[in-house]
Write a protein that binds this ligand. Sequence first.
Ligand code: UTP
Length: 408
Amino acid sequence: MNYNEAFDTLKKYGQEHVLDYYDELDDSDRKELLRQISMTDFEFAKAGHDNRKAEKRGIITPISVTTVDEINSSKEHYMAVGKDAIAKGKVGAVLLAGGMGTRLGSDKPKGVFDIGITRHVYIFERLIENLMDVVNETGSYVHLFVMTSEKNNTDTIEFFKEKNYFGYPCDYIHFFVQDMAPASDYEGRFLMESKSRIATSPNGNGGWYLSLKKAGYDKIIAGAGIEWLNVFAVDNVLQRIADPCFVGATISNNCVCGSKVIRKVNKDEKVGVLCLEDNHPSIVEYYELTDEMKNAVNEKGEPAYNFGVILNYLFKTEELDRIAAMKLPPHVVEKKIACIDADGNEVNPEEPNGYKYETLILDMIKLLDSCLAYEVVREKEFAPIKNKTGVDSVESARELLKKNGIEL
Ligand code: UTP
């Protein structure tokens, strides 16, 4: 892309200020800036800004959940089906580790965080240990695809190398980088990180399959005969990965997707709730739940919207290919974005100063015809590390790990 082409594109979207310092830049910075402009998804940021008011939802109704008791009564069968699929190499895993972890206040990849007390216990290590459980159970290694972002890719790969992949065979671990999206001020004007660079942030966890394909890993998936991908978040240190019972239950119930869910501790708990929207599986974010929904009860007298998602989904790859070209709605998040001001001085805001735009994996669920809501025992499978202290923090996760017999 040359200067004139870049200028025309920017003009179309009202972002000409991106070239304000072009004349001051040296050749290599000019080239880099033009390259960044050519790679930028202007439509995405524009749609995000235009639609920043909450998206209009369809008719929401409760979803039927396969409870822990129901799972236990079919456990033997589910385990046999799941183990068979895993042993035949039909299941892969995707670790979403491209997030910024802003709430933890660190700019290092979340997975390198050491939650140990008397010994080192890194988050990535915990996840690999959990994955090893299924390897030991089935005698088969599971391909693990790790999504990073431009900001943490090198640190993540180097960390895994340095730790010798925590004993996992490195040819079963594949890293790929997610795309970035421009960040803007409240008027939708792109913020500049420096005179030669638009401020960007990872474009959310919704683009994982497209980024995985872009990296060429669909060939590994096809070559290895992987039919299911278990996608999970980096920050849950009790995460069960490629869980045979979950895999078996999803397959046996003829679903194209499965989602692990937990019983909410109370009706105000801040987790997205799995439900039906216009008869399709869908997730309603906690802030979208109305009082009416929070108080609704089912025929058993139990809360009707009582099961929260924990970002552990199983997707049929065939379905992922079907929905790959469908656009996910951009979500807008208010953030503190480091940038330069009108005089070119660096600003590190203490308060949010603009928006970042992202797509979310939970919006993929709505595009599917079926999703098994699979209940898990929260104390055994849900120890997220989101905050520095308090709820869902390092401290709460440590307590849960200890309860599950993990030495720290
Ligand atoms: P969160 O929603 O907690 O976001 O991520 P985050 O970016 O890690 O943390 P905060 O909100 O800035 O503190 C849920 C999962 O999705 C991944 C995260 O790494 C985590 O596993 N994720 C999130 C990505 O892989 N890419 C993204 O752009 C966003």
